[in-house]
Design a protein around this ligand. Structure first.
Ligand code: ADP
Ligand code: MG
Length: 300
């Protein structure tokens, strides 16, 4: 949501939105100077990790950037939202972690766009958290699978790793495999609760396993403009994290929650909705500011 300029009118804004929806290709986003791998993490469930991973990926894809979503949650919600096969036995992130199949072999193309790829999660991943404990290099198995050569083979510009709602070994694998962490924060009362623990885990991974790791992006989700509380949370998060927080805030929007039941992202389901527009704005910000923006981790 950009602030209105002096010649702003509701009709001009509608016209601009319509043009963006009808001709996304006229609004290509810059390719990153290196492949960007973002881990979407927050150990709280229901804060918008999956929704943000798939919709940001879809938004980058419609603007010409080839994007891969790695579904690292045994619930397989990202695979569902992208309508990618994820029955047990399908080559998935589980086999990738075991080293049985390559990243490219487990990658499926979504029907929404040839630019939108997904490595699905099957229910087999539910056992991985425990199985990994016994394995060698248990924290870096995803990183090994995401080597520069493996990513080259898929030809993607962006990778989003959708984490489960825990700080276990799957999330640690995601943090070791990425340079950037994207934290979605829901604009509600307990928004900041648990964030300290997430940040100290990120610090630990950064110190011991992946020096390049940084929190590059915080995205405020499910904003409800009718409540004072949403504004208080927004102000508090911006006060703590400054520029790492995207200017775009994702509103609570029913189209966003309906889309997955049709096996679609909100961009495909209702491209003119406020939800779709705001994910497009957020993706644009991510693409335009690159990965160099702040790196605030530390404590809360
Ligand atoms: P997580 O992956 O962190 O557990 P989800 O992305 O699955 O969270 O979101 C939790 C629930 O909230 C889902 O039912 C999703 O459809 C809904 N949801 C997420 N973002 C929005 C939004 N902006 N507006 C309305 N519903 C949303
Ligand atoms: Mg999820």
């Amino acid at each position: 949501m950009t602030p209105p300029s002096s010649d702003w009118t509701p009709i001009a804004e509608e016209a601009e939105n319509a043009a963006r929806v009808l001709h996304p290709e006229s609004n290509m986003l810059p390719k990153p100077d290196h492949r960007r791998v973002l881990t979407v993490a927050n150990q709280k469930g229901g804060v918008g990790k999956t929704t943000s991973a798939v919709n940001l990926a879809a938004a980058l894809a419609v603007h010409g950037l080839k994007t891969l979503v790695i579904d690292l949650d045994p619930q397989g919600n990202a695979s569902t939202a992208l309508n990618v096969e994820h029955r047990s036995g399908t080559p998935s992130v589980y086999e990738v972690l075991l080293g049985e199949v390559s990243l490219a072999e487990a990658t499926a193309v979504s029907e929404q766009s040839p630019n939108l790829l997904c490595v699905p999660a099957t229910i087999d991943l539910a056992g991985a958290e425990i199985e990994l404990v016994e394995m060698g290099n248990r924290e870096s198995r995803l990183k090994e699978a995401l080597s520069a050569e493996a990513i080259d083979e898929t030809g993607v510009d962006y990778v989003f790793i959708d984490c489960p709602p825990s700080l276990g070994l799957l999330t640690v694998n995601a943090m070791v495999a990425a340079r950037e962490v994207l934290i979605p924060i829901q604009c509600e009362y307990y928004a900041l609760e648990g964030l300290g623990q997430l940040l100290s885990n990120i610090d630990l991974v950064q110190k011991h396993l992946n020096p390049a790791l940084a929190v590059s992006t915080i995205l405020l989700t499910m904003y409800d403009g009718r409540t004072k509380l949403a504004d208080q949370v927004t102000a508090e998060v911006r006060g703590h994290f400054g520029d790492v927080v995207l200017k775009t805030v994702i509103p609570r929007n029913v189209k966003v929650s309906e889309a997955p039941s049709y096996g679609q992202t909100v961009l495909a389901y209702d491209p003119g909705s406020r939800g779709a527009m705001s994910y497009m704005d957020a993706a644009k910000e991510i693409a335009e500011r690159g990965s160099t923006n702040g790196s605030r981790s530390g404590t809360l």
